[in-house]
Design a protein around this ligand. Structure first.
Ligand code: HEC
Ligand code: HEC
Length: 359
């Protein structure tokens, strides 16, 4: 009895298992089949959308076409643009340009790559830390990374320096380049092909959707929005919250003497970073200026001695106002806005100078 029962139940059991196996593998197969093709489809779509130019996606969502929008792209011209930016001269199609400026290259004041881990991070200390980590200079100008995707230039207080010259440069990238070539770089205006070449270089570096580090659900939202005909201001706004369209520029003026801490309580190590990756980038071996600065006690003592007052030799003054080119002396000191150097960072710099001067 017991044996028959056992045999019967195991048979039943076996049958059940078999049945279950058949059913579940059928379901499973169907499930695996459909989900893998779905996943592939989603992956293909999202890698396709991720490599799209940000500008094009924005236009599809109802964004305005930038006035520098470029349809045709010539990689050779972009290469010439890169040379103009890095070395100050280039040739293209048998045309040979002369040096834009005998005093500066664009890269003395502008980096070409990302300056913070996150594209929306505007904190000057995070910028400094990131630049030091990457071995890049701590420059007074904003990076060219993503500049094709900006719509405003020389913002806020730059009219205090360049007056009416900034009016036409504020919403037109080509004019911003010309202003900088002639005035920031103390050079000459660019001829048409050179200007076009720099624009092509900017275009070659434009942001793609993948640069914005969007989550899968954000990408899905964008995709379905475009599938449904685009024109979706809310999704457009979401995209625009992921990168900077205009860099702020606040002129603080020089600190009143009564507010200066002259190195008291500052972060010496942080000051050293500013000095070495910022000041020394231009002043080491008098690279773009007559003023030689190095890690020697003499440099420290020179800067320390002039710390008081409001003339161009006082760090508190020169870092905030810069100097102006004069006839016969076209190199000048560009200023650091509040967005590029905080008040605390300036004090940190001063505490390093104090230490360097052994005071
Ligand atoms: C001596 C320093 C210096 C040099 C050299 C220089 N620039 Fe600038 N540039 C600046 C500063 C400072 C600004 C102010 C706005 C900013 O970058 O935040 C600026 C702004 C710009 C802007 C607008 C950026 C924005 O987002 O507001 C463009 C475009 C530009 N420069 C292009 C050039 C080009 C091209 C060259 C080389 C031909 C060049 N610059 C050389 C200092 C410089
Ligand atoms: C983009 C290049 C650049 C950077 C960065 C820079 N400087 Fe200068 N600086 C200059 C130039 C050019 C001059 C003009 C001096 C000349 O006439 O040769 C100058 C002038 C000065 C002067 C005044 C010299 C005088 O006799 O009028 C001081 C002081 C000075 N810089 C300090 C600093 C300090 C401190 C830093 C760092 C926070 C710094 N600079 C960063 C380019 C730079």
């Amino acid at each position: 009895m017991t044996i028959t029962y056992l045999i019967l139940t195991t048979m039943k059991f076996k049958n059940n298992i078999l049945f279950l196996l058949i059913v579940s593998s059928a379901i499973g197969y169907g499930f695996i089949y459909s989900s893998s093709s779905e996943i592939e489809k989603i992956e293909a779509l999202s890698s396709e959308i991720k490599s799209q130019n940000l500008v094009d996606v924005e236009i599809a969502l109802g964004g305005e076409k930038p006035n520098h929008h470029m349809k045709e792209f010539d990689p050779e011209l972009a290469e010439a643009g890169e040379l103009l930016i890095k070395e100050g001269k280039a040739s293209y199609n048998g045309k040979n340009g002369s040096l834009i400026s005998s005093y500066f290259n664009c890269t003395d004041c502008h980096n070409l790559v990302k300056e913070t881990e996150s594209l929306t991070d505007l904190d000057p200390q995070n910028r400094l830390d990131y630049l030091v980590k990457k071995g890049l200079p701590y420059t007074p100008g904003s990076t060219f990374y993503g500049i094709y995707n900006r719509d405003k230039y020389y913002n806020d207080d730059y009219d205090k320096k360049y007056g009416d010259l900034v009016v036409d440069a504020r919403d037109t990238l080509e004019n911003a380049i010309q202003l900088c070539a002639e005035y920031c770089a103390s050079g000459r205006p660019l001829v048409d092909w050179e200007l076009n070449a720099i624009m092509h270089y900017y275009k070659s570096q434009e942001l793609k959707l993948k640069d914005l580090n969007l989550s899968d659900s954000e990408l899905n939202k964008i995709q379905s929005s475009i599938k449904n005909g685009g024109q979706d201001k809310e999704t457009l706004k979401l995209l625009q919250s992921k990168y900077v369209q205009a860099y702020g520029a606040t002129f603080t003026g020089s600190k009143a003497e009564s507010e200066r801490k002259y190195g008291e309580g500052g972060d010496v190590e942080n000051g050293r970073k500013i000095y070495e990756s910022g000041c020394m980038f231009c002043h080491k071996n008098s690279r773009v200026t007559f003023l030689n600065l190095d890690d020697d006690v003499l440099s420290g003592q020179y800067l320390w001695k002039h710390r008081k007052g409001y003339d161009d030799l006082s760090i508190y003054q020169v870092v905030r106002w810069g100097t102006y080119p004069i006839v016969g002396r076209q190199q000048y000191m560009p200023l650091y806005t509040k967005e590029k150097m905080s008040s605390q960072q300036l004090e940190d710099l001063m505490s390093y100078i104090k230490e360097l001067a052994k005071k």
